[in-house]
Design a protein around this ligand. Sequence first.
Ligand code: ZN
Ligand code: ZN
Ligand code: ZN
Length: 370
Amino acid sequence: MGAPFTADDFALRMERVARAAAGAGLDGLIVTPGPDLAYLCGYEPPINERLTALIVSTGAEPVLVVPRLERPDAEKCPGGSQLRLVDWPDGRDPYAVAAQILPGTGGFAISDSAWSLHLLGLQAAAPGVAYTSMTRALPMLRAVKDDAELARLAAAGAAADAAFADILGVRFAGRTELQVAADLGRALVEHGHSSVDFTLVCSGPNGANPHHRPGDRVIAEGDAIVLDFGGSYQGYGSDTTRTVSVGEPSAEVAEVHAVVRRAQQAAFEAVRPGVPSQEIDRVARAVIRDAGFGDHFIHRTGHGIGMSTHEPPYIVEGEERPLVPGMCFSIEPGVYLSGRFGVRIEDIVTVTETGGARFNNSPRDLAIVS
Ligand code: ZN
Ligand code: ZN
Ligand code: ZN
């Protein structure tokens, strides 16, 4: 169990993002509820039609605008002592309140997950401010994890590995995808996850759809099954994929699995500081292309992970920014043969000073289940 983040941790983060905003030519940030807000001050209010917004302006004290009824919760949040709280009562225009805190002009990055209701309200109340996407302006805001965050992601990965080990022992043949998905969810919680975000069980031909949602299909002997599962552990995400075979695999499933495993391993071995993110994608793709399955690897190789499951850095062609120690992301190549089966192998990886390290260490061979 990692120690809770302290007021000092949050103060440092807010200082760092204010500097980063200035470095990006911005006057500040507008952070609405979600992972950015949790990261900056540890506050996780309900996400709804009432405006809550942290306004971090360069050279000024951070201000948290909150609905009056939520003020007691906001005061108690771990970073609360580092903020000035401004509340607004029901019946008052919260955007006018926020506009008094914002300067009349300037550039502000706003959380990607801000509701359009709130952004449109701010735009009307503070029309002189230029609003821009947080991910566009400060893509690496949360990308480099500190030691305490790395410890949480490592624990999340170990818990997901333990859940997978349990799942290898359950019955697959004759049960539905939904039943196995429920087993997976239970195993994640038993191993310490506080929430389960997804438990994909993609059996037989459904495996050819990378985001197939588990359904009523009854799993049969000989199926290849893509299991992709994850959730939140101490506020940080897990995301793991393994492909298993119900009984002996066909020669073709075994062949495709070996190709994907080689691609995943090669991409992992390419991880080190300074390498452009897209290079990791290229390495995985080259292995699959050379094996003749290039047209069947139909998504990017990976995504960053932290307080959200999909965040920068994206491991995709065109992402030229270099890997930095402390970044964490998935490496998840796959091959999808329409109408027949799919194979994917996914681990969460972090960039170290000299290379990469995995947070998932479940065996990557084609496990045989019953
Ligand atoms: Zn996905
Ligand atoms: Zn996944
Ligand atoms: Zn993933």
